[in-house]
Design a binder for this molecule. Sequence first.
Ligand code: IPM
Ligand code: MG
Length: 351
Amino acid sequence: MKIAVLPGDGIGTEIVAQAVKVLRALDLGLEFEEAPVGGAGYEAAGDPLPEATLKLAQEADAILFGAIGDPRYDNLERAKRPEQAILRLRQVLQLFANLRPATMYPELVGSSTLRPEAVNGLDLLIVRELTGDIYFGQPRGIHVVDGEREGFDTMRYRESEIVRIAHVGFKAARKRNRRLCSVDKANVLETSQLWREVVTQVAKEYPDVELTHMYVDNAAMQLVRNPKQFDVIVTGNMFGDILSDEASMLGGSIGMLPSASLDANGKGLYEPIHGSAPDIAGKNIANPLATILSAAMMLRYSLNQDEAADRVEAAVRKVLAQGFRTADIYEPGTTKVGTNEMGDAVVAALA
Ligand code: IPM
Ligand code: MG
């Protein structure tokens, strides 16, 4: 099995190194090949997604991705900006199903900004559509109307796109507590009206799953009011982007949330949901656990190594129980460690 390792920018390099260390320690005979992406891709080849990087990603069995983005590149034309690399990878590889689990580790209850009783035992999964919506809809642009500039984007979803992500949502709910909440803005948007109709139609194939619908503004509110009411949330690209950042904080730190982006055949790209955090890059303080947990998802969803995935997740729980904390989840009475030391602790906990 060959893994394409794309660390990217900022803290991407440090956190991905920890995940690779953990994967190597499992001794599964995995092969790793690294390539530059994002700002690093632009530096190496003048393109955030260099041809060779895309080719490696296409050939590999799975992709381990760090983070991209750096204010240094904010003034480049859009096509050259780091973010284009991940957007193109998702689109070219048709990674339409983005799974973002938000779990509360009991040891981190104190790191959440919500009261313990609101988040204790939290376990929710956001299924975000990843290759459609206003992110990719055409037309888009900035043009001049009546002597002033106007920016515009197009939100659009085809029926087939909604059907396939709905199935992912229902199937995920089936493996969990059989409750699916579809989030949209059907009171205002045509796209959302179609979304709601199609999801309701697909629900007929899953009579054992309870389907509810919620407007996105209400969902944003409910996520902080009573997050434990949710089992699986299925939603579009843009709403999912926003709600998953919000959900990450319920568990205490955005540094804890992994993700899987899957195509129709189970090939996937695995990345932490957080960004490249250029302000703390290279300082050995970033939390590598979201990336290590993303590697666990990779073992489970793309490499058919459920047992190894369980081992990695158990090791993460163990280091938290042992009291090891990076700065983002540090509380008095625990042991503050750096990025590298946290990776070492997880490796040690595998034994
Ligand atoms: C994410 C990120 C990306 C997105 C950016 C980096 C393009 O925020 O994966 O959530 O908006 O999808
Ligand atoms: Mg995001």
